[in-house]
Design a binder for this molecule. Structure first.
Ligand code: SF4
Length: 352
């Protein structure tokens, strides 16, 4: 095809006419997985373009041990405040829903600041917010801590399992040929990391969330992959600026510091998590309540770990759609609204 004819091709035509070698594109972000399914974009892809799920669903990558820690707190008279998804994620023996049924106090909130307000309105309760998520959601947790400090609250804390993406990309670099980078994470952190990864041979495209943005990002991925050289393209420039959001980064750095962190399925990735700095130790639930080390054990039937590192598809799990459904989830990836298993169940029925 001539260069002029190539330039006139629409993004959808570029995708469906891709004739290059097998290409594994990892949807790092769980929302990308869901939107690509929901919008029917998979139907545009030729068979040799394989979309695989990645570790970008905050609830899914949170390890079983963290759920067990939250249950330990609930059983020690601490009110757990959390986003709704985490309540149903199985721990080693039970979920937070099970802990609530057994008399624990578990309160669903819509933001970390809601949890601070709850603590302010219930001074007789010890209140802990479950802080999970990536660079996107960490600033809100940091703001909550600052607000609690400003209000002089002594009954508020965070149980942290926050994650950062840089070292996760490095850990997953051989799992995919191209990363579909999560737009909202890089709206905070900027694009330098993606540029650096391209120089190290890791290709990726930053993608937005509308049909047009996703099809464009995928078309850019296949067109650039055909050129055979590592690349990075920001296909979400209306939101992601090279410098990111410096004020949010500064807030994170003020309140939290990097730490080694366990990811479901990926194990402990050095310096891939965030913990409260020593100055904020009074708000760190593990220190405040002298929590023992708690090791979680995932259900051996669950392949969430393999799903999260792109080693298998949800439909490869033997209990997908049988023992494990959104109503009766066995693993976190079937619980979360961003989980790959729930996306496959909802839109693919296991056949895609
Ligand atoms: S289908 Fe269920 S058990 Fe299997 S990997 Fe997904 S969440 Fe885990």
């Amino acid at each position: 095809m001539s260069e002029q004819a190539q330039a006139r091709q629409s993004a959808a035509e570029i995708l469906s006419s891709y004739a290059g070698p097998h290409l594994r594109i990892m949807e790092v972000c769980g929302t990308h997985t869901h939107e690509i399914f929901r919008l029917g974009i998979r139907k545009l892809l030729p068979p040799q373009v394989d979309l695989i799920s990645g570790p970008g669903c905050p609830v899914c990558v949170t390890p079983v041990g963290f759920i067990d820690e939250a249950i330990w707190l609930a059983e020690h008279d601490v009110t757990i405040t959390t986003f709704g998804d985490l309540v149903r994620v199985p721990g080693t023996k039970k979920s937070l829903a099970g802990a609530r049924a057994a008399g624990g106090h578990v309160q669903v909130v819509y933001s970390p600041l809601d949890a601070v307000i709850y603590a302010q309105e219930h001074p007789e309760e010890q209140v802990c917010f479950l802080a999970v998520g990536f660079e996107t959601t960490v600033p809100a947790a940091c703001l909550a801590v600052e607000k609690a400090q400003e209000l002089g609250l002594t009954n508020f804390s965070l149980l942290t399992a926050n994650k950062t993406m840089p070292n996760a990309y490095a850990a997953l670099r051989d799992s995919a040929d191209v990363f579909l980078y999560p737009g909202h994470v890089h709206a905070i952190t900027g694009t330098q990391l993606c540029e650096d990864l391209a120089e190290q041979g890791v290709s990726g495209v930053l993608a937005g969330f509308t049909a047009k943005e996703l099809i464009t990002a995928l078309a850019v991925a296949v067109r650039k992959a055909e050129e055979g050289k590592p690349f990075f393209v920001n296909a979400y420039p209306r939101v992601v600026k090279p410098e990111g959001t410096p004020a949010a980064v500064a807030l994170i750095e003020k309140v939290m510091e990097p730490c080694d962190s366990e990811w479901r399925g990926l194990g402990v990735i050095p310096q891939s998590g965030l913990a409260l700095r020593e100055e904020y130790a009074a708000f760190d639930a593990r220190k405040k309540y002298d929590m023992p080390h708690i090791e979680g054990r995932a259900n051996p039937a669950c392949r969430c770990g393999d799903v999260l590192r792109g080693a298998c598809k949800p439909s490869d799990c033997p209990v997908f759609g049988k023992g494990c459904t959104p109503m009766h989830p066995v693993g976190a990836c079937m619980v979360s609204g961003e989980g790959a298993c729930s996306a496959y169940y909802q839109y693919g029925g296991g056949v895609l």
